[in-house]
Design a protein around this ligand. Structure first.
Ligand code: ADP
Ligand code: MG
Length: 436
C-alpha cells in the first residue's frame, strides 16, 4: 500500500477500535502512527513507553479485531515505541524507567479545594525532587487520587534533565521483595537497590502495619535515604498517627516533611472530573449528564469513572446516542452497587452525636454502660458498613485488639435479633450514616 493509503486505512481502524471499546479509547490515539503495515502485521508506533504499555495491556484485542474488520484480512497488531520518539530519560535508562500509567498525569488531574495542597506539593516535588518537601506524605480515603498523583510526580521527575533514579512501587511489592530477598539470601542486594535511589515512592504504606520486619527494614531504608537528602514520597489511607500498629519512630518520621490530606471532592470538582475523564476518552458529554453523574456519586472518584463506563455500555448496547434519559437508565437500579463509601470517621461522628459521648470516651478504657454500648455499636456498624478489618476498627477505637471488636460485633448482632428497640435504633443510625 502507498503511505497515503496506509494512513487512511489506519484512521478507519482507529475509529473502529474506538467504537469497539469506548472505555479504553483515549484522545491521544490521534498521535499514534504506523511503523509498517504489510504481510498481515500492523506495527503501531507509540509516543512513549507508558502509552505502549497501556495499549498492549488494554487494547490489543480490539485493535486486532478492528484491523481485521476494516481490511477483511487476518492481521496481528504490535505496539512499539520508536527510538526517535523516546525521551532522553528513556534512552539513557532503558531498563530503569518507572511504570507510569499514561492517564495519571498532572494534566489529567482536576485540582479543587479538596486536593489543592496535595497537588501543589506533588508538582513542587516533581519539578525539583530532594529540594522541597521531604518526606512528602499524602493521605486520604480510597479513590481520591493518591495513586494518580504519585504516578504524576514520577512522570514529572523523569522528564527533568537530572536523570533521577526513581523507584516507584506499592507497599505490598516492597514487602514481597523484602521477604523474597531474605528467603534467597539476597538482603544486601535488596538494601543497596533501595538505598541508592534518588527518589523512593511507595504507595499505600498502611500495609506496613501487619509486617514488623518490613517496618524495621523500611525504617533503615528511610534513614539512609533521608540522611543522604534523597526524596521520599509516601501515600496511605489514613494520617500517619492513625495507621494502626505502626511504630512510633516511623510515625514521627512520616511527619518530618509535609503531610497533605486529600478530602472527598466538592460537587464542582466532581463535575470537572467527569468531564475530564470523558474528554480523555475522546467522548462528548453534555453538561447536564456530567452534573447528573456528579450529583449521584459523591464519595469515590473511581465510581465516577465506573458510572461513565456504565453509561457508555448502555449506549453501545442500545445503539443510542448518549442523552440524559439514557444516563439515568444506566445508573438507575444497577447504581445500587455504586452507593456511597462510608468511612469510620462518619460512623464515629454519628455515634458521638447520637449518644452524646465524645470520641475520647469511645477510645478510653472506661467501661460504664453509657460508654460501652455506643462503643460496641460503633464497632458493629463499622464492621458492617465499611471494609475495614477487625484490627483496623480496633485501632480507630483506642487500639483495642481484634477479639474485643469481634466480641462487640457478635453481641450487638445478637441483640439486633432479640431486641426490637435495638433493631430500630440500629436502623436509624445506619440511615443517618448513609446521609452524612
Ligand atoms: P487512590 O489511590 O487514592 O485510591 P486513585 O489515584 O487510584 O485513588 O484514583 C482513582 C481514580 O480516580 C483514578 O482513575 C484517578 O485518575 C481518578 N481521580 C482521582 N482524583 C482525581 C482528580 N482530582 N482528577 C482527575 N481524576 C482523578
Ligand atoms: Mg491507590
Amino acid at each position: 500500500m502507498a503511505p497515503q493509503e496506509i494512513a487512511e486505512v489506519f484512521t478507519e481502524i482507529l475509529e473502529q477500535a474506538r467504537r469497539l471499546d469506548p472505555v479504553n479509547s483515549r484522545s491521544w490515539f490521534d498521535e499514534l502512527g504506523v511503523v509498517q503495515f504489510d504481510g498481515g502485521l500492523l506495527e503501531v508506533s507509540c509516543p512513549d513507553d507508558a502509552t505502549a504499555r497501556f495499549l498492549r495491556d488494554n487494547c490489543k484485542s480490539n485493535f486486532t479485531q478492528a484491523a481485521q474488520q476494516v481490511t477483511g484480512h487476518l492481521v496481528s497488531v504490535k505496539f512499539t515505541v520508536s527510538e526517535a520518539r523516546k525521551t532522553p530519560g528513556e534512552l539513557s535508562r532503558p531498563n530503569k524507567t518507572v511504570k507510569i500509567h499514561p492517564d495519571y498525569t498532572f494534566d489529567n488531574f482536576v485540582v479543587g479545594p479538596s486536593n489543592r495542597l496535595a497537588h501543589a506539593s506533588c508538582v513542587a516535588v516533581g519539578h525539583s525532587p530532594c529540594n522541597t518537601y521531604n518526606p512528602l506524605f499524602l493521605y486520604g480515603s480510597v479513590g481520591l487520587g493518591k495513586t494518580h498523583l504519585l504516578h504524576a510526580v514520577c512522570y514529572e521527575a523523569q522528564r527533568q534533565p537530572e536523570n533521577w533514579a526513581i523507584q516507584f512501587l506499592s507497599c505490598e511489592e516492597f514487602i514481597n521483595r523484602f521477604i523474597n530477598a531474605i528467603e534467597m539470601g539476597q538482603l544486601s542486594d535488596f538494601q543497596s537497590e533501595f538505598r541508592t535511589v534518588d527518589m523512593l515512592v511507595i504507595d499505600d504504606v498502611q500495609f506496613l502495619r501487619d509486617h514488623e520486619q518490613s517496618q524495621e527494614e523500611f525504617f533503615h531504608t528511610f534513614n539512609a535515604l533521608y540522611n543522604n537528602r534523597k526524596q521520599i514520597i509516601l501515600s496511605a489511607d489514613s494520617a500517619p498517627g492513625a495507621i494502626p500498629s505502626l511504630e512510633d519512630r516511623l510515625i514521627s518520621r512520616f511527619k518530618w516533611g509535609l503531610v497533605a490530606r486529600i478530602d472527598p471532592p466538592s460537587y464542582e470538582t466532581r463535575v470537572a472530573i467527569v468531564k475530564k475523564k470523558a474528554h480523555l476518552r475522546g467522548l462528548e458529554l453534555s453538561e447536564d449528564i456530567a452534573e447528573y453523574i456528579a450529583k449521584k456519586i459523591r464519595a469515590n472518584i473511581r465510581e465516577l469513572e465506573g458510572a461513565l463506563t456504565m453509561i457508555y455500555a448502555e449506549a453501545m448496547a442500545c445503539g443510542e446516542t448518549i442523552n440524559l434519559a439514557l444516563a439515568k437508565r444506566a445508573l438507575g437500579d444497577p447504581a445500587a452497587s455504586i452507593t456511597k463509601q462510608i468511612t469510620i470517621t462518619e460512623i464515629i461522628d454519628v455515634i458521638t452525636h447520637h449518644f452524646d459521648v465524645r470520641l475520647t470516651d469511645l477510645q478510653s478504657k472506661r467501661r460504664s454502660q453509657s460508654i460501652t454500648m455506643p462503643r460496641q455499636i460503633c464497632m458493629y456498624l463499622a464492621r458492617n458498613l465499611t471494609r475495614h478489618s477487625l484490627e483496623e476498627i480496633g485501632g480507630h477505637l483506642g487500639g483495642r485488639d481484634h477479639t474485643t471488636v469481634m466480641h462487640a460485633c457478635s453481641k450487638i448482632a445478637e441483640m439486633e435479633k432479640t431486641d426490637s428497640k435495638m433493631r430500630t435504633r440500629l436502623g436509624e443510625l445506619e440511615k443517618e450514616i448513609q446521609k452524612s
